[in-house]
Write a protein that binds this ligand. Structure first.
Ligand code: UD1
Ligand code: MG
Length: 451
Protein backbone atom coordinates (compact mmCIF):
# COMPACT_ATOMS: atom_id res chain seq x y z
CA UNK A 1 0.00 0.00 0.00
CA UNK A 2 1.08 3.58 0.70
CA UNK A 3 3.24 5.23 -1.87
CA UNK A 4 4.31 2.01 -3.60
CA UNK A 5 1.38 2.19 -6.02
CA UNK A 6 1.89 2.74 -9.74
CA UNK A 7 -0.62 5.39 -10.63
CA UNK A 8 -0.77 9.12 -10.79
CA UNK A 9 -3.69 10.99 -9.29
CA UNK A 10 -4.96 14.17 -7.77
CA UNK A 11 -7.87 14.56 -5.43
CA UNK A 12 -10.78 16.97 -5.09
CA UNK A 13 -12.55 16.96 -1.73
CA UNK A 14 -16.01 18.53 -1.64
CA UNK A 15 -16.76 20.49 1.50
CA UNK A 16 -18.87 23.44 0.32
CA UNK A 17 -22.28 22.19 1.44
CA UNK A 18 -23.62 23.75 4.63
CA UNK A 19 -25.25 20.48 5.59
CA UNK A 20 -28.77 21.67 6.35
CA UNK A 21 -29.75 18.23 7.64
CA UNK A 22 -27.29 18.69 10.54
CA UNK A 23 -29.30 21.74 11.72
CA UNK A 24 -26.14 23.45 12.80
CA UNK A 25 -24.32 26.76 12.56
CA UNK A 26 -21.13 24.79 11.98
CA UNK A 27 -20.34 23.71 8.40
CA UNK A 28 -21.04 19.99 8.18
CA UNK A 29 -17.47 18.85 7.51
CA UNK A 30 -16.29 20.52 10.73
CA UNK A 31 -18.46 18.31 12.88
CA UNK A 32 -16.10 16.03 14.74
CA UNK A 33 -15.61 12.31 14.83
CA UNK A 34 -13.19 10.95 17.40
CA UNK A 35 -12.35 14.55 18.26
CA UNK A 36 -11.29 15.48 14.72
CA UNK A 37 -13.33 17.35 12.05
CA UNK A 38 -14.74 15.01 9.40
CA UNK A 39 -12.82 16.70 6.58
CA UNK A 40 -9.56 15.90 8.38
CA UNK A 41 -10.42 12.20 8.41
CA UNK A 42 -10.80 12.36 4.64
CA UNK A 43 -7.48 14.22 4.30
CA UNK A 44 -5.82 11.61 6.53
CA UNK A 45 -7.16 8.76 4.42
CA UNK A 46 -5.85 10.08 1.11
CA UNK A 47 -2.53 11.62 2.25
CA UNK A 48 -0.50 8.37 2.44
CA UNK A 49 -1.20 7.76 -1.27
CA UNK A 50 0.54 11.03 -2.07
CA UNK A 51 -1.80 12.77 -4.52
CA UNK A 52 -0.11 15.26 -6.85
CA UNK A 53 -2.68 17.90 -5.88
CA UNK A 54 -5.24 18.05 -3.09
CA UNK A 55 -7.98 20.57 -3.72
CA UNK A 56 -10.68 21.21 -1.15
CA UNK A 57 -13.83 22.94 -2.37
CA UNK A 58 -15.42 25.33 0.11
CA UNK A 59 -18.18 27.94 0.05
CA UNK A 60 -17.28 31.65 0.16
CA UNK A 61 -18.07 32.12 3.87
CA UNK A 62 -16.10 29.07 5.01
CA UNK A 63 -12.89 30.53 6.39
CA UNK A 64 -13.27 28.19 9.33
CA UNK A 65 -13.05 25.17 7.01
CA UNK A 66 -10.08 26.70 5.21
CA UNK A 67 -8.14 27.11 8.47
CA UNK A 68 -8.86 23.56 9.56
CA UNK A 69 -7.81 22.16 6.17
CA UNK A 70 -4.58 24.15 6.03
CA UNK A 71 -3.67 23.25 9.60
CA UNK A 72 -4.01 19.59 8.66
CA UNK A 73 -2.56 19.72 5.13
CA UNK A 74 -0.53 22.87 4.54
CA UNK A 75 -0.01 21.93 0.89
CA UNK A 76 -3.73 21.59 0.09
CA UNK A 77 -5.28 24.14 -2.23
CA UNK A 78 -8.66 25.67 -1.57
CA UNK A 79 -11.18 26.30 -4.35
CA UNK A 80 -14.28 28.39 -3.75
CA UNK A 81 -17.64 27.30 -5.11
CA UNK A 82 -19.52 30.60 -5.35
CA UNK A 83 -23.02 29.09 -5.06
CA UNK A 84 -23.91 25.63 -3.82
CA UNK A 85 -25.36 24.43 -7.10
CA UNK A 86 -24.60 20.76 -6.54
CA UNK A 87 -21.74 18.29 -6.44
CA UNK A 88 -21.01 18.50 -10.20
CA UNK A 89 -20.73 22.26 -9.96
CA UNK A 90 -18.51 21.89 -6.89
CA UNK A 91 -16.05 19.67 -8.79
CA UNK A 92 -16.13 22.15 -11.68
CA UNK A 93 -15.01 24.90 -9.26
CA UNK A 94 -11.86 22.90 -8.52
CA UNK A 95 -10.91 22.15 -12.14
CA UNK A 96 -9.02 25.42 -12.85
CA UNK A 97 -6.54 24.31 -10.16
CA UNK A 98 -5.86 21.13 -12.15
CA UNK A 99 -5.48 22.68 -15.62
CA UNK A 100 -4.42 19.95 -18.06
CA UNK A 101 -3.73 17.36 -15.40
CA UNK A 102 -2.85 14.02 -17.03
CA UNK A 103 -3.62 11.43 -14.28
CA UNK A 104 -6.74 10.25 -12.49
CA UNK A 105 -8.94 12.61 -10.50
CA UNK A 106 -10.32 11.17 -7.29
CA UNK A 107 -13.40 12.92 -5.94
CA UNK A 108 -14.00 12.48 -2.23
CA UNK A 109 -16.83 13.92 -0.18
CA UNK A 110 -16.00 15.74 3.03
CA UNK A 111 -18.97 14.02 4.67
CA UNK A 112 -17.64 10.51 3.99
CA UNK A 113 -15.11 10.27 6.81
CA UNK A 114 -14.99 6.48 7.17
CA UNK A 115 -13.05 5.98 3.98
CA UNK A 116 -9.68 4.29 4.46
CA UNK A 117 -6.40 4.56 2.59
CA UNK A 118 -6.67 0.88 1.62
CA UNK A 119 -10.12 1.32 0.08
CA UNK A 120 -9.05 4.35 -1.94
CA UNK A 121 -6.01 2.43 -3.12
CA UNK A 122 -8.21 -0.49 -4.17
CA UNK A 123 -10.44 1.82 -6.21
CA UNK A 124 -7.58 3.62 -7.95
CA UNK A 125 -5.80 0.36 -8.69
CA UNK A 126 -8.97 -1.14 -10.22
CA UNK A 127 -9.56 2.04 -12.22
CA UNK A 128 -6.05 1.92 -13.67
CA UNK A 129 -6.15 -1.81 -14.37
CA UNK A 130 -9.54 -1.80 -16.10
CA UNK A 131 -8.84 1.35 -18.12
CA UNK A 132 -12.29 2.81 -17.45
CA UNK A 133 -13.43 6.42 -17.70
CA UNK A 134 -15.03 6.35 -14.26
CA UNK A 135 -14.82 4.05 -11.27
CA UNK A 136 -16.74 4.30 -8.04
CA UNK A 137 -17.33 2.65 -4.70
CA UNK A 138 -20.67 0.91 -4.26
CA UNK A 139 -22.25 -0.50 -1.12
CA UNK A 140 -25.53 -2.03 0.06
CA UNK A 141 -26.78 -0.30 3.19
CA UNK A 142 -30.05 -1.40 4.81
CA UNK A 143 -32.07 0.62 4.11
CA UNK A 144 -30.46 2.46 1.16
CA UNK A 145 -32.37 5.65 2.01
CA UNK A 146 -30.77 8.93 0.98
CA UNK A 147 -28.11 7.48 -1.30
CA UNK A 148 -27.87 7.58 -5.09
CA UNK A 149 -28.94 4.21 -6.55
CA UNK A 150 -26.65 2.39 -8.98
CA UNK A 151 -28.44 1.30 -12.14
CA UNK A 152 -26.50 -1.71 -13.47
CA UNK A 153 -27.48 -4.03 -16.32
CA UNK A 154 -24.33 -6.08 -15.99
CA UNK A 155 -22.57 -5.83 -12.67
CA UNK A 156 -20.02 -4.37 -11.95
CA UNK A 157 -20.64 -1.79 -14.67
CA UNK A 158 -22.91 1.16 -13.91
CA UNK A 159 -25.13 2.80 -16.55
CA UNK A 160 -26.29 5.66 -14.38
CA UNK A 161 -26.88 6.81 -10.83
CA UNK A 162 -30.31 7.98 -9.90
CA UNK A 163 -30.58 10.25 -6.88
CA UNK A 164 -33.23 9.30 -4.37
CA UNK A 165 -35.07 12.58 -4.91
CA UNK A 166 -35.41 11.77 -8.61
CA UNK A 167 -35.92 8.00 -8.36
CA UNK A 168 -39.05 6.12 -9.37
CA UNK A 169 -40.57 3.66 -6.91
CA UNK A 170 -38.85 0.80 -8.74
CA UNK A 171 -35.47 2.56 -8.74
CA UNK A 172 -35.77 3.24 -5.02
CA UNK A 173 -35.79 -0.54 -4.52
CA UNK A 174 -32.28 -0.89 -5.99
CA UNK A 175 -30.02 -2.03 -3.14
CA UNK A 176 -26.65 -0.95 -4.55
CA UNK A 177 -25.85 2.68 -3.86
CA UNK A 178 -23.00 5.02 -4.52
CA UNK A 179 -20.74 5.51 -1.50
CA UNK A 180 -19.57 9.01 -2.41
CA UNK A 181 -16.12 8.16 -3.80
CA UNK A 182 -15.46 8.35 -7.53
CA UNK A 183 -12.37 8.35 -9.72
CA UNK A 184 -12.22 9.82 -13.20
CA UNK A 185 -9.92 9.85 -16.10
CA UNK A 186 -8.90 13.53 -15.89
CA UNK A 187 -9.37 14.22 -19.58
CA UNK A 188 -12.88 12.74 -19.51
CA UNK A 189 -13.77 14.89 -16.50
CA UNK A 190 -12.40 18.11 -17.99
CA UNK A 191 -14.24 17.50 -21.25
CA UNK A 192 -17.61 16.50 -19.82
CA UNK A 193 -18.08 18.58 -16.67
CA UNK A 194 -18.93 21.74 -18.63
CA UNK A 195 -21.71 19.79 -20.38
CA UNK A 196 -23.58 18.92 -17.17
CA UNK A 197 -27.22 19.97 -17.13
CA UNK A 198 -29.14 20.75 -13.93
CA UNK A 199 -31.47 18.06 -12.56
CA UNK A 200 -35.10 18.59 -13.51
CA UNK A 201 -36.27 17.78 -9.97
CA UNK A 202 -33.87 19.90 -7.93
CA UNK A 203 -32.06 22.26 -10.31
CA UNK A 204 -28.72 20.96 -8.99
CA UNK A 205 -25.75 19.94 -11.13
CA UNK A 206 -25.12 16.36 -10.02
CA UNK A 207 -21.69 14.86 -10.33
CA UNK A 208 -23.45 11.53 -10.72
CA UNK A 209 -24.92 12.62 -14.08
CA UNK A 210 -21.45 12.13 -15.61
CA UNK A 211 -22.02 8.38 -15.62
CA UNK A 212 -24.85 8.60 -18.11
CA UNK A 213 -22.70 10.89 -20.23
CA UNK A 214 -19.91 8.30 -20.19
CA UNK A 215 -22.35 5.54 -21.17
CA UNK A 216 -23.62 7.65 -24.09
CA UNK A 217 -20.00 7.85 -25.27
CA UNK A 218 -19.61 4.05 -24.89
CA UNK A 219 -17.30 4.57 -21.95
CA UNK A 220 -17.47 2.37 -18.91
CA UNK A 221 -18.05 3.03 -15.23
CA UNK A 222 -16.75 0.34 -12.91
CA UNK A 223 -18.18 -0.34 -9.47
CA UNK A 224 -15.95 -1.61 -6.69
CA UNK A 225 -17.99 -3.05 -3.82
CA UNK A 226 -17.25 -2.20 -0.21
CA UNK A 227 -18.91 -2.67 3.19
CA UNK A 228 -21.16 0.12 4.48
CA UNK A 229 -18.85 0.71 7.43
CA UNK A 230 -16.19 1.93 5.04
CA UNK A 231 -18.01 4.83 3.47
CA UNK A 232 -21.27 5.75 5.09
CA UNK A 233 -22.24 9.36 4.42
CA UNK A 234 -22.84 11.65 7.38
CA UNK A 235 -25.75 13.97 6.72
CA UNK A 236 -27.44 14.12 10.13
CA UNK A 237 -26.56 14.01 13.81
CA UNK A 238 -27.86 10.45 14.01
CA UNK A 239 -25.51 9.37 11.21
CA UNK A 240 -22.68 11.23 12.97
CA UNK A 241 -23.33 9.12 16.07
CA UNK A 242 -23.46 5.92 13.97
CA UNK A 243 -20.15 6.82 12.36
CA UNK A 244 -18.57 7.59 15.74
CA UNK A 245 -19.59 4.19 17.00
CA UNK A 246 -18.02 2.42 14.04
CA UNK A 247 -14.77 4.40 14.20
CA UNK A 248 -14.50 3.89 17.97
CA UNK A 249 -14.76 0.16 17.43
CA UNK A 250 -11.94 0.32 14.89
CA UNK A 251 -9.73 2.42 17.17
CA UNK A 252 -10.29 0.08 20.10
CA UNK A 253 -9.47 -2.94 17.97
CA UNK A 254 -6.29 -1.26 16.73
CA UNK A 255 -5.23 -0.30 20.28
CA UNK A 256 -5.67 -3.90 21.40
CA UNK A 257 -3.83 -5.26 18.35
CA UNK A 258 -0.97 -2.96 19.28
CA UNK A 259 -0.73 -4.43 22.74
CA UNK A 260 -2.93 -2.38 25.05
CA UNK A 261 -5.42 -4.05 27.38
CA UNK A 262 -8.86 -2.46 27.36
CA UNK A 263 -10.73 -4.14 30.18
CA UNK A 264 -14.12 -3.06 28.81
CA UNK A 265 -13.42 -1.74 25.30
CA UNK A 266 -16.94 -0.44 24.66
CA UNK A 267 -16.55 2.10 27.49
CA UNK A 268 -13.23 3.53 26.33
CA UNK A 269 -13.37 6.49 23.93
CA UNK A 270 -10.31 7.15 21.82
CA UNK A 271 -9.29 9.90 19.43
CA UNK A 272 -7.99 9.25 15.94
CA UNK A 273 -4.50 10.22 17.11
CA UNK A 274 -4.45 8.49 20.52
CA UNK A 275 -1.17 6.64 20.97
CA UNK A 276 -1.12 3.76 23.44
CA UNK A 277 2.05 1.80 24.12
CA UNK A 278 2.31 -1.90 24.81
CA UNK A 279 1.12 -3.38 28.07
CA UNK A 280 -0.88 -0.27 28.80
CA UNK A 281 -3.95 -1.16 30.86
CA UNK A 282 -7.03 0.96 30.41
CA UNK A 283 -9.77 0.37 32.97
CA UNK A 284 -13.44 0.91 32.10
CA UNK A 285 -14.85 4.36 31.35
CA UNK A 286 -11.90 6.39 30.16
CA UNK A 287 -12.09 9.19 27.58
CA UNK A 288 -9.11 10.21 25.45
CA UNK A 289 -9.42 13.59 23.72
CA UNK A 290 -7.07 14.61 20.93
CA UNK A 291 -3.28 14.70 21.32
CA UNK A 292 -2.68 11.96 23.87
CA UNK A 293 0.36 9.74 23.99
CA UNK A 294 0.65 7.00 26.60
CA UNK A 295 3.94 5.11 26.93
CA UNK A 296 4.40 1.42 27.72
CA UNK A 297 3.29 -0.15 31.00
CA UNK A 298 1.05 2.71 32.07
CA UNK A 299 -2.14 2.03 33.96
CA UNK A 300 -5.10 4.33 33.43
CA UNK A 301 -7.77 3.60 35.99
CA UNK A 302 -11.48 4.18 35.60
CA UNK A 303 -13.22 7.49 34.92
CA UNK A 304 -10.26 9.51 33.65
CA UNK A 305 -10.52 12.27 31.06
CA UNK A 306 -7.24 12.84 29.22
CA UNK A 307 -6.55 15.39 26.50
CA UNK A 308 -3.36 16.85 24.99
CA UNK A 309 -1.22 14.97 27.49
CA UNK A 310 1.83 12.72 27.42
CA UNK A 311 2.26 10.02 30.03
CA UNK A 312 5.61 8.29 30.46
CA UNK A 313 6.07 4.60 31.17
CA UNK A 314 4.94 2.95 34.39
CA UNK A 315 2.89 5.92 35.51
CA UNK A 316 -0.46 5.32 37.19
CA UNK A 317 -3.29 7.70 36.45
CA UNK A 318 -6.69 7.74 38.12
CA UNK A 319 -9.23 6.69 39.03
CA UNK A 320 -11.06 9.97 38.38
CA UNK A 321 -8.13 12.03 37.12
CA UNK A 322 -8.23 14.79 34.56
CA UNK A 323 -5.20 15.54 32.42
CA UNK A 324 -5.62 18.70 30.38
CA UNK A 325 -3.60 19.96 27.40
CA UNK A 326 0.08 20.62 27.91
CA UNK A 327 0.50 18.04 30.64
CA UNK A 328 3.32 15.55 30.85
CA UNK A 329 3.36 12.89 33.50
CA UNK A 330 6.81 11.50 34.20
CA UNK A 331 7.95 7.93 34.41
CA UNK A 332 6.42 6.09 37.34
CA UNK A 333 4.55 9.18 38.53
CA UNK A 334 1.13 8.85 40.17
CA UNK A 335 -1.91 11.00 39.56
CA UNK A 336 -4.76 10.04 41.83
CA UNK A 337 -8.44 10.68 42.26
CA UNK A 338 -9.90 14.12 41.62
CA UNK A 339 -6.58 15.54 40.53
CA UNK A 340 -6.56 17.95 37.61
CA UNK A 341 -3.32 18.79 35.81
CA UNK A 342 -3.14 21.53 33.19
CA UNK A 343 -0.04 22.72 31.32
CA UNK A 344 1.98 20.96 33.94
CA UNK A 345 5.05 18.79 34.01
CA UNK A 346 4.90 16.20 36.72
CA UNK A 347 8.43 14.85 37.17
CA UNK A 348 9.55 11.26 37.25
CA UNK A 349 8.24 9.47 40.33
CA UNK A 350 6.30 12.51 41.56
CA UNK A 351 2.93 11.99 43.19
CA UNK A 352 -0.26 14.00 43.28
CA UNK A 353 -2.66 11.49 44.65
CA UNK A 354 -5.74 13.29 45.90
CA UNK A 355 -8.00 16.25 45.23
CA UNK A 356 -5.67 18.81 43.62
CA UNK A 357 -5.51 21.39 40.88
CA UNK A 358 -2.01 21.82 39.48
CA UNK A 359 -1.89 24.27 36.58
CA UNK A 360 1.05 25.97 34.81
CA UNK A 361 3.44 24.13 37.05
CA UNK A 362 6.71 22.29 36.91
CA UNK A 363 6.89 19.60 39.57
CA UNK A 364 10.30 18.04 40.14
CA UNK A 365 11.20 14.37 40.42
CA UNK A 366 9.82 12.47 43.38
CA UNK A 367 8.05 15.52 44.76
CA UNK A 368 4.90 14.81 46.74
CA UNK A 369 1.84 16.96 46.39
CA UNK A 370 -0.46 16.59 49.39
CA UNK A 371 -4.21 16.22 49.20
CA UNK A 372 -6.07 19.38 48.34
CA UNK A 373 -3.10 21.32 47.01
CA UNK A 374 -4.09 24.12 44.67
CA UNK A 375 -1.87 26.20 42.41
CA UNK A 376 -3.49 29.64 42.31
CA UNK A 377 -2.28 30.38 38.80
CA UNK A 378 -4.81 32.94 37.62
CA UNK A 379 -4.96 36.58 38.58
CA UNK A 380 -8.68 36.70 37.96
CA UNK A 381 -8.24 39.10 35.07
CA UNK A 382 -6.03 37.95 32.25
CA UNK A 383 -2.79 36.36 33.34
CA UNK A 384 -1.64 32.90 34.35
CA UNK A 385 1.48 32.45 36.46
CA UNK A 386 3.87 29.60 36.97
CA UNK A 387 4.54 27.45 40.00
CA UNK A 388 7.84 25.60 40.25
CA UNK A 389 8.29 22.80 42.73
CA UNK A 390 11.77 21.34 43.13
CA UNK A 391 12.60 17.68 43.23
CA UNK A 392 11.86 15.80 46.44
CA UNK A 393 9.82 18.74 47.75
CA UNK A 394 6.80 17.94 49.88
CA UNK A 395 3.70 20.06 49.80
CA UNK A 396 1.44 19.58 52.81
CA UNK A 397 -2.25 18.96 52.41
CA UNK A 398 -4.61 21.79 51.66
CA UNK A 399 -1.92 24.20 50.54
CA UNK A 400 -2.51 27.13 48.22
CA UNK A 401 0.52 28.00 46.11
CA UNK A 402 -0.06 31.55 44.93
CA UNK A 403 1.83 31.85 41.65
CA UNK A 404 4.29 32.98 40.55
CA UNK A 405 6.09 31.06 43.25
CA UNK A 406 8.99 28.63 43.58
CA UNK A 407 9.41 25.85 46.10
CA UNK A 408 13.04 24.75 46.27
CA UNK A 409 14.40 21.22 46.05
CA UNK A 410 13.73 19.16 49.12
CA UNK A 411 11.71 21.96 50.73
CA UNK A 412 8.63 21.24 52.83
CA UNK A 413 5.43 23.21 53.07
CA UNK A 414 3.25 22.78 56.13
CA UNK A 415 -0.33 21.67 55.67
CA UNK A 416 -2.89 24.40 55.24
CA UNK A 417 -0.35 26.97 54.09
CA UNK A 418 -1.01 29.84 51.73
CA UNK A 419 2.35 30.28 50.06
CA UNK A 420 2.98 33.65 48.44
CA UNK A 421 6.76 33.89 48.82
CA UNK A 422 9.41 31.58 47.34
CA UNK A 423 10.69 28.81 49.62
CA UNK A 424 14.41 28.06 49.53
CA UNK A 425 15.99 24.65 48.98
CA UNK A 426 15.56 22.36 51.98
CA UNK A 427 13.63 25.04 53.93
CA UNK A 428 10.34 24.48 55.69
CA UNK A 429 7.54 26.98 55.15
CA UNK A 430 4.51 27.25 57.40
CA UNK A 431 2.07 29.93 56.41
CA UNK A 432 -1.04 29.61 58.50
CA UNK A 433 -2.47 31.26 61.61
CA UNK A 434 -0.67 29.95 64.69
CA UNK A 435 -2.73 27.64 66.87
CA UNK A 436 -3.77 28.66 70.39
CA UNK A 437 -4.72 25.98 72.95
CA UNK A 438 -6.73 27.25 75.95
CA UNK A 439 -6.82 24.83 78.85
CA UNK A 440 -10.32 23.98 80.09
CA UNK A 441 -11.88 26.60 77.85
CA UNK A 442 -14.23 24.19 76.09
CA UNK A 443 -15.77 22.94 79.30
CA UNK A 444 -16.19 26.48 80.64
CA UNK A 445 -17.81 27.56 77.40
CA UNK A 446 -20.27 24.67 77.52
CA UNK A 447 -21.30 25.38 81.10
CA UNK A 448 -21.84 29.06 80.34
CA UNK A 449 -24.09 28.26 77.40
CA UNK A 450 -26.19 25.77 79.37
CA UNK A 451 -27.03 28.35 82.08
C1 UD1 B 1 -24.34 12.35 -2.38
C2 UD1 B 1 -24.55 11.74 -3.76
C3 UD1 B 1 -25.24 10.39 -3.61
C4 UD1 B 1 -24.37 9.48 -2.75
C5 UD1 B 1 -24.06 10.15 -1.39
C6 UD1 B 1 -22.99 9.37 -0.66
C7 UD1 B 1 -24.73 13.50 -5.45
C8 UD1 B 1 -25.63 14.29 -6.30
N1 UD1 B 1 -25.31 12.64 -4.60
O1 UD1 B 1 -25.62 12.59 -1.80
O2 UD1 B 1 -25.43 9.79 -4.88
O3 UD1 B 1 -25.01 8.25 -2.56
O4 UD1 B 1 -23.55 11.47 -1.58
O5 UD1 B 1 -22.78 9.87 0.63
O6 UD1 B 1 -23.53 13.65 -5.55
N2 UD1 B 1 -21.23 19.71 -1.77
C9 UD1 B 1 -20.57 20.80 -2.26
N3 UD1 B 1 -21.25 21.67 -3.03
C10 UD1 B 1 -22.56 21.53 -3.34
C11 UD1 B 1 -23.23 20.41 -2.84
C12 UD1 B 1 -22.55 19.50 -2.07
O7 UD1 B 1 -19.38 20.97 -2.01
O8 UD1 B 1 -23.09 22.39 -4.07
C13 UD1 B 1 -20.49 18.72 -0.94
C14 UD1 B 1 -21.02 18.59 0.48
O9 UD1 B 1 -20.31 19.47 1.37
C15 UD1 B 1 -20.75 17.13 0.82
C16 UD1 B 1 -20.75 16.45 -0.53
O10 UD1 B 1 -20.61 17.46 -1.51
O11 UD1 B 1 -19.48 16.97 1.43
C17 UD1 B 1 -22.01 15.64 -0.78
O12 UD1 B 1 -23.14 16.47 -0.68
P1 UD1 B 1 -24.45 15.98 0.07
O13 UD1 B 1 -25.44 17.10 -0.01
O14 UD1 B 1 -24.13 15.44 1.38
O15 UD1 B 1 -24.95 14.81 -0.91
P2 UD1 B 1 -25.83 13.53 -0.53
O16 UD1 B 1 -27.23 13.94 -0.50
O17 UD1 B 1 -25.28 12.91 0.68
MG1 MG C 1 -23.87 13.46 2.05
Amino acid sequence: MGNQHKYKFSTIILAAGQGTRMRSKLPKVLHKLTGQPMVCHVLDAVAPLKPDHTIVVIAPHMDSVKHVVLAKSPKAKLAVQQKQLGTGNAVASAMPALKAYPGMVLVLYGDTPMISTETINTLLTAHQKNKVAISLLGMQPHPPTGYGRLVMKTEPFVERIVEEKDATAAEKKITHVWAGVMAFDAAFLAKNLPKLKPSKATGEYYLTALIEMAAAQKLKTLMVSIAVDEAMGVNSRAQLADAEKIIQQRLRARAMENGATLIDPATVYLSADTKLGTDVVIHPHVVFGPGVSIADDVEIRSFCHIEGATVASQAIVGPYARLRPGTTVGQGAHVGNFVELKQTKLGKGAKANHLSYIGDADVGEDANIGAGTITCNYDGVANKYKTTIGKNASIGSNTSLVAPVMIGEGAMVGAGSVITVDVAKDAMAIARAPQINKTGKAKAFRLKKKK
